[in-house]
Design a protein around this ligand. Structure first.
Ligand code: UGA
Length: 468
């Protein structure tokens, strides 16, 4: 990608510097645009100005350095400066689940749009990137037109974001598609200019109206969540029989129409997106009178939550029927590897449930201990795998970090009190653990006695990599 957008390149602002906004601001500057990032959080802005990414995201610190050194990226807490600077404003604030409801909390999005709109005095475009219920963009466009000194000349567009934590840089600099939700040819032309380097590279573009663009995002996340819950539902069926869900997943994934991605059974999905997005979508569909069309998302959510409970059951079974006083090494707290995000994290939820049943839980996550401690200060956090495993009665693999996948079962076996492991993510080599004397259990896989002969992977090495 060349770093020289045309001289007419729009000036970019990014409102909200969380996982999405910080990545977007940094990557737009790396692509060659002049970018001003804004947040109400002075601490976060101070860190970014000092070249520190406030969260864990592989590759992003290097890109931040590159962008700051180029002189094209600045950060501010002054919204007047943002209003004056930008031609295209990307709103990237959070839409968390509302308290005591499955709806999305739109307070931050609404105030970002209206506060900015009240200050903008030159023709520019407000672009929402946050995940919102269908119809939000049109509603915001009305609010903006009412409040703006420019009236309806201040336009709104929607540009949903599909980046995954852990791969945020790659997904932003080389997305698999761009979606523009626009209400006018001018909005489309502004977005084309803002994404010119990606379009020149050949990134597929879908231009849609705003409701369709909003729907693309929630439909995509709903599909991914459904695929994960589908294989986890099959795991439940396997548990009632002697079938093995990992062999089943391997066989299904060889069908091109199904494919291997997001078909990994285990503890299920979490994070700041999939769980709250399917709930908010279902809620919105009910408001629209089409709740029945997506009522299955309630089941997707239930299947997912049952995996957490079933993981606790497995650990209890392995401990001999009670968790009281049992020392459990909980490996992982983040909702997935290569992230320090613990929002709705299955791993942390399991650790909390174990603790509530009286287990002595020791949690170790390579990056998420600090965030986890903030959320659940009562759990015992340690700073190494060895310390977590020391004297454990049961080891529970809850987030599949490479450090855990590559751990030597013999070495770990020398640290624990009992060689018992629950592989909550189907991430370990069962055969190696069993042959080194561990009792190995995984959701949806038949119980295999210690040192039982073959592992349950298929005989012919057709096991595809169920990459995420
Ligand atoms: C998700 C989507 O994948 C992104 O496309 C989207 O942009 C983002 O939400 C968002 O809405 O902002 P992310 O939350 O980073 O991205 O995480 P995923 O990689 O989708 O993983 C979600 C969860 O599913 C994790 O807890 C992961 O462990 C779990 N998972 C994933 C499985 O249990 N099995 C699988 O096969 C795949």
């Amino acid at each position: 990608m060349n770093n020289l957008p045309p001289l007419s390149a729009p000036k970019i602002t990014v409102i909200g510097t969380g996982y999405l906004g910080a990545t977007h601001a940094i990557c737009m500057a790396v692509m060659g645009f002049d970018v001003l990032g804004y947040d109400v959080d002075h601490r976060k802005i101070g860190q970014l100005q000092a070249g520190v990414v406030p969260f864990y995201e592989p590759g992003l610190p290097e890109k931040l350095q590159e962008a700051l050194t180029s002189g094209r990226l600045r950060f501010t807490t002054d919204l007047d400066e943002v209003a004056q600077f930008g031609d295209v404003h990307f709103i990237c604030v959070g839409t968390p689940q509302a308290p005591n409801s499955s709806a999305a909390n739109l307070t931050y999005v609404e105030s970002a749009f209206t506060e900015l709109a009240a200050r903008i005095t030159h023709k520019s475009l407000l672009v929402g990137k946050s995940t919102v219920p269908i119809g939000t963009a049109a509603r915001l466009a009305g609010m903006v037109a009412d409040i703006s000194p420019l009236g309806p000349a201040l336009e709104v567009a929607w540009n949903p974001e599909f980046l995954r934590e852990g791969f945020a840089v790659q997904d932003t600099l080389h997305p698999d598609r761009l979606v523009f939700g626009v209400a006018s040819a001018w909005s489309e032309s502004m977005l084309r200019r803002a994404f010119e380097p990606l379009l020149t590279e050949g990134t597929p573009l879908i231009v849609a109206d705003m409701p369709t663009a909003e729907l693309v995002k929630v439909a995509a996340n709903s599909f991914l969540a459904t695929k994960i819950s589908f294989i986890n539902a099959m795991a439940e069926v396997c548990e009632a029989t002697s079938a093995d869900v990992s062999v089943l997943a391997a066989a299904l994934s060889l069908d091109d129409r199904i494919g291997p991605r997001f078909l990994k059974p285990g503890l299920g999905f979490g994070g700041g997106c999939l769980p709250k997005d399917i709930r908010a979508f279902k809620h919105r569909a009910e408001q629209l009178g089409v709740g029945q069309a997506v009522s299955f998302l309630g089941e997707v959510d239930s299947i997912n939550n049952r995996r957490r409970i079933r993981t606790v059951d497995l650990i209890r079974e392995l401990a001999g029927g009670s968790l009281a006083g049992v020392k459990v090494a909980a490996l992982g707290a983040a909702f997935k590897p290569n992230s320090d995000d613990v929002r709705d994290a299955p791993a942390l939820d399991v650790a909390r449930m174990l603790y509530l049943e009286g287990a002595a839980v020791t949690v170790y996550d390579p990056e998420a201990n600090t965030n986890a401690h903030r959320l659940y200060p009562d759990l015992n956090y340690v700073d190494s795998l060895a310390t977590a495993a020391e004297g454990a009665d049961v080891v529970a693999l809850l987030t599949e970090w490479d450090e855990f996948r590559s751990a030597d079962p013999d070495y770990l076996g020398g640290l624990v009190n009992h060689r018992r492991i629950v592989d909550g993510r189907h991430a370990l080599d069962a055969g190696r653990y069993i042959s080194s004397g561990w009792e190995y259990r995984a959701l949806g896989r038949p119980y295999q006695a210690k040192a039982a002969a073959p592992s349950a992977v298929p005989q012919r090495d057709t096991t595809p990599n169920l990459a995420l």
